[in-house]
Write a protein that binds this ligand. Structure first.
Ligand code: PEP
Ligand code: MG
Length: 757
């Protein structure tokens, strides 16, 4: 406990609130509950609060907060809390017990009911609608609580609270940050010394050791002059309104993820935008013939510079905020977004708020040791590209990451999803050793990369690669892939001002066919929408872009995009074994329409028939798989989308992405159902989503009857090696067990023979 300075007058904390004493608790989870419980006793005792607010002696505070629980009263007020006959008993999950966050969730639910709710833990009884009272119970993880209710809606309240407690009260299931000396399932290395750590979500395995550096987002360029001041003023108003809407959304997201304190900064940013002078000055510039963007940029820049000149660290901090919020508005007004390449002088661990697919795609892998983003999830495109570039990566750390100073030395463990800051020399040493042994293992796998993936009982699994650009076809072959199972063609459409012409596309596909020299190439038609956007298509914004006009739905209403692509694919099919695959098929009609367009394109170029397949990535496609199977030659399951749509968890959502695990039995049952339907129709099933590149996933998919796995290029050799160590019969029995599990954590805990996974 650390008391920095007594402040008897108090300091402004959040707007309108003042603080007299700030207590930070740095304690083990079992100790911190006790401190928290004592704190709640202090809070209801006004005399103690006054005394502690004014004390000059830190020991007074320590003593008040660490005295033995017996000395503390068991209730915040003189009221006697009774037991009620109507009760349920529940076990508190999570290692950290009923600490502030889950207790708040509990109280929020309890307050929705009219009845009285009391909670008993050992001999203490608390009011379930009072956070202070509940925290006084000091409930540790694993303990049993009796929740009692009395009143009209008592039964419903008890059921709601039982369900909430059993689902973890908003705490992430199974995601404990790695603790020193504790090996997490995917961790290849663990630190021996306690230090600062930013926990995140594993996105791409491997260790990176080096300085961190923030990614500089786009350089924003605006034209100086504009002809129509009226139009510029309205653009300005719209830009400010959109920025305010974005800030509000950010506030809500961060608040629900990290609390109101962390989120407050976005309220402050919005406050800047409510300053009428800022708008008035910009309007003056517009009236002089300047564009809204240019005028806004000048006003912001002048203010920022003026604030910086004051040489006051607090005001300088506000200057950074003003510049940040200025940029947010400017982005809405900019005509050209000029990508400034991220070019550090030496290799770094890159940190960023989030990366769009095109940001990630333009990275130079030689300069990026590792990648860590505050947002995103394991199936986001940032993660997919990091894996394809073989860069260790962590996503979804939350905003704390963004406060790190450039140059801070860190160890990024892409396997466990933790970023360790300022590690000791001993930890750096041991991480380097782990890196070396990982490399040794990878070398052995690499040497065997051209050997097929024969299981120990002689079954051959086909291993192909996911690629995004022409040059990757040759890389895929060199990495041991037996063809391309997914060409994400949308990457040919990114980072440009208009769609590639039919000829350009043909040239790219032809280059790939040639590089594959007789190996199959599955070309997926354009899958734009969701998190993949093309500014030049000027598509209207959608509230639910993942549920909007995405993938095949867009192509069907934009024959100007679809037909040239189909013609290019059919022309390329005359050079080698090309197959067509349609994304986001949700209905039989989608498929019929796609096949009609394809037939038209085929006739236009005079090509022969081409094998056609669909992505199975929407639950309706799984349920209709028997009907769809009759119309196509193959299925390829997109577990990234299938997971998000099955579990109704946005693959990019900062709070949910962690739980959107493709090994969830619900997703595996979808795979099982798809395979059954395809087998009955005599068609084969592949998987091209991220689960195929997860060693456990690959084994389970093989066990479920999938015959082709399409992986990111760097995973090819490792997955082949892993499958060579297991038999199909073992994989089948594991798959059967997995289908019966209750959640992804249980699936991951199964005993996978053959080591490694
Ligand atoms: C998928 O959804 O699993 C898939 C392979 O497609 P994408 O990740 O490109 O949406
Ligand atoms: Mg998909």
């Amino acid at each position: 406990l650390y008391q920095q300075q007594p402040a008897p007058g108090g300091l402004e904390w959040n707007q309108g609130e003042s603080v007299h004493l700030v207590v930070g608790i740095a304690a083990r989870s079992d100790e911190h509950l006790e401190v928290l419980a004592n704190l709640t006793h202090v809070l209801v005792d006004e005399a103690t609060v006054r005394a502690l607010s004014n004390t000059h002696n830190a020991a007074d505070i320590v003593q008040a907060l660490t005295k033995a629980p017996e000395e503390a009263p068991t209730r915040p007020t003189g009221e006697r809390l009774t037991e009620f006959p109507n009760y349920i008993e529940v076990k508190i999950l999570g290692a950290h017990g009923l600490h502030a966050r889950p207790a708040t969730a509990f109280v929020d639910i309890a307050k929705q009911f009219q009845c009285e709710i009391h909670v008993r833990h050992d001999r203490k009884i608390a009011n379930g609608k009072s956070l202070v009272s509940l925290l006084q119970l000091g409930v540790e993880g694993g303990s049993t609580l009796r929740i009692m209710a009395h009143g009209q809606d008592a039964d419903t309240a008890l059921q709601a609270l039982k369900a909430a407690v059993e689902s973890g009260l908003g705490e992430e299931e199974g995601v404990q940050p790695a603790r020193p000396g504790v090996q997490t399932p995917q961790a290849v290395w663990t630190p021996t010394e306690v230090g600062r750590m930013v926990p995140g979500i594993s996105a791409s395995p491997g260790l990176a050791i080096g300085p961190v550096q923030h990614y500089q987002h786009q350089k924003i360029v605006v034209e100086a002059h504009a002809r129509d001041p009226k139009a510029e003023k309205s653009r300005l108003n719209q830009a400010v309104a959109s920025a305010l809407a974005e800030l509000d959304q950010l506030y809500q997201e961060v608040k629900s993820r990290s609390g109101a304190g962390q989120a407050a900064i976005f309220r402050a940013h919005a406050e800047f935008l409510n300053d009428p002078e800022l708008i008035d000055e910009t309007v003056k510039g517009i009236d002089l013939g300047f564009s809204a963007g240019w005028s806004w940029q000048q006003v912001i820049q002048e203010r920022v510079e003026a604030m910086q000149k004051l040489d006051d660290p607090i005001i300088a901090g506000r200057a950074i905020d003003l510049s940040d919020v200025g940029k947010r508005v400017l982005k809405q007004l900019a005509n050209i977004l000029d990508d400034a390449p991220f070019a550090p002088e030496k290799p770094v661990i890159m940190i960023a708020e989030d990366l769009s697919p095109s940001d990630t795609a333009s990275l130079n892998p030689d300069l990026i040791l590792g990648l860590c983003t505050a947002g995103g999830g394991p199936t986001s495109h940032t993660a997919i590209i990091a894996r394809s570039l073989n860069i260790p990566a962590i996503v979804g750390t939350g905003p704390a990451l963004l406060n790190l100073a450039d140059g801070t030395i860190a160890i990024l463990d892409g396997g466990s999803g933790n970023l360790y800051l300022e590690p000791s020399a001993a930890d750096i040493d041991s991480a380097r050793q782990a890196q070396a042994s990982l490399e040794q293992q990878r070398n052995a796998e690499y040497l065997a990369r051209y050997q097929p993936a024969f299981t120990t009982d002689g079954y051959r699994m086909e291993i192909v690669a996911n690629i995004s650009r022409a040059s990757e076809a040759a890389q895929a072959v060199a990495a041991g892939a037996e063809g391309v199972g997914l060409l994400r063609t949308e990457f040919l459409f990114l980072e440009r001002a208009e769609p590639p012409s039919e000829d350009e596309q043909y040239a790219a596909y032809a280059e790939m066919v040639r590089a594959l020299a007789g190996l199959p190439l599955i070309i997926r038609t354009l899958d734009i929408g969701g998190d993949k956007k093309l500014p030049y298509l000027n598509l209207p914004p959608e509230d639910n872009s993942f549920l909007g006009v995405r993938g095949i739905r867009l192509c069907l209403v934009r024959p100007d995009l679809f037909l040239p692509q189909l013609r290019a694919i059919y022309r390329a099919s005359m050079l080698g074994p090309v197959k067509i695959m349609y994304p986001m098929i949700a209905t039989v009609e989608d498929l019929d329409a796609a096949l009609d367009f394809s037939e038209q394109a085929r006739q236009e170029v005079g090509a022969g028939p081409v094998e056609a397949g669909i992505m199975i990535e929407v639950p309706s496609a799984v349920l209709l798989a028997d009907q769809l199977a009759k119309k196509v030659d193959f299925f390829s399951i997109g577990t990234n989308d299938l997971t998000q749509y099955t579990l109704a968890m946005d693959r990019l959502h900062p709070m949910l992405a962690r739980r959107a695990d493709g090994l969830h039995p619900a997703v595996l049952r979808m795979v099982d159902k798809t395979v059954q339907a395809a087998q009955e129709a005599g068609k084969w099933v592949g998987v091209c989503g991220g689960v195929a590149g997860d060693p456990k996933g690959a084994i389970l998919l093989m066990g479920l009857g999938v015959t082709e796995l399409s992986l990111s290029i760097p995973s090819v050799a490792a997955i082949k090696a892993r499958l060579r160590n297991i038999s199909v019969s073992e994989a089948r029995s594991l798959a059967k067990q997995a289908l019966a599990c209750r959640n992804a954590a249980e699936v991951r805990m199964l005993a996978y023979p053959g080591g490694g996974a």
